[in-house]
Write a protein that binds this ligand. Structure first.
Ligand code: GLP
Length: 244
């Protein structure tokens, strides 16, 4: 789906989430959202905050699972995804704290396996992800599923690709400060979501969007696995559609 601008796309998506949340509210049920970080979902979060403030949207029945976290960063670290999510969304809406889940950046190496397994189990116990939001990295990653991630991969620790670390260098004031590892949901975890929306804005994403949408399905571009999902959409702006 191609929108003229990212703000129009973000507004449409936020409206879709609002409708889902309010339908479930009437039924007395929760909604499980899978959330992403990076600059891409920011206009979407901003629009959710606006709907909360100006149109009475309550997110009290929302449960969230974030895709990933840098391994080695405390939740208080300025570049941690926990802090990002607080600043960009959680601090401004009424999602109960106990409904918010992110992988821990501080889990000890020997506990990673159990931690990741528990994360998968929490998603299952919540009933699975209803609506998964994604961005896309220049390596074609979703979450932090770098090239080589298998179709069936689950939540685990991965080594960040050089390109990914270069792209994050600005935020960390130098590539040498970017963590080398992250804990991420797997491709298999993501594909279990009932509905998936990948957002991409700007010409810088045009090439990777084309590879993911029109290229072969391959571990070399983990977003290409979305082609095999029954309800996955790429919601992009006009510049990101240039190579299609
Ligand atoms: C990071 C995140 C991804 C995100 C990507 C793109 O690698 N782990 O979830 O999609 O960055 O970031 P941006 O949206 O800033 O282009």
């Amino acid at each position: 789906v191609i929108f003229e601008t990212s703000s129009a796309a973000a507004a449409a998506l936020a409206g879709e989430v609002k409708a889902l949340v309010e339908t479930r509210q009437k039924e007395g049920r929760q909604v499980v959202l899978g959330l992403a970080t990076g600059s891409t979902p920011v206009p979407f979060y901003r629009e959710l905050i606006r709907l909360h403030r100006e149109e009475g949207l309550s997110l009290r029945n929302v449960v969230t699972f974030n895709l990933d976290e840098y391994h080695g960063l405390a939740p208080t670290h300025p570049e941690s995804y926990f802090r990002f999510m607080r600043e960009q969304l959680f601090d401004h809406v009424d999602i109960p704290d106990e409904n918010i889940h992110l992988p821990s950046g501080l889990v000890a190496v020997e506990e990673i396996f159990d931690h990741c397994h528990a994360y998968e189990e929490m998603i299952d116990a919540a009933g699975g992800i209803d609506f998964q939001i994604l961005g896309i990295g220049r390596t074609g990653h979703i979450g932090f599923n770098e090239p080589g991630s298998s179709r069936d991969s689950l939540t685990r620790r991965i080594t960040l690709d050089r390109i990914t670390r270069q792209d994050a260098a600005g935020d960390f004031r130098g590539e040498e400060n970017v963590p080398r590892f992250a804990i991420t949901m797997g491709v298999g975890t993501i594909l279990r979501a009932r509905k998936i929306v990948l957002m991409a804005w700007g010409e810088g994403k045009a090439e990777v969007v084309a590879r993911a949408v029109e290229g072969v399905v391959t571990e070399a571009v983990s977003a290409s696995f979305l082609q095999e999902h029954g309800d996955a959409r790429f919601v992009i702006d006009a510049p990101a559609s240039r190579e299609l």
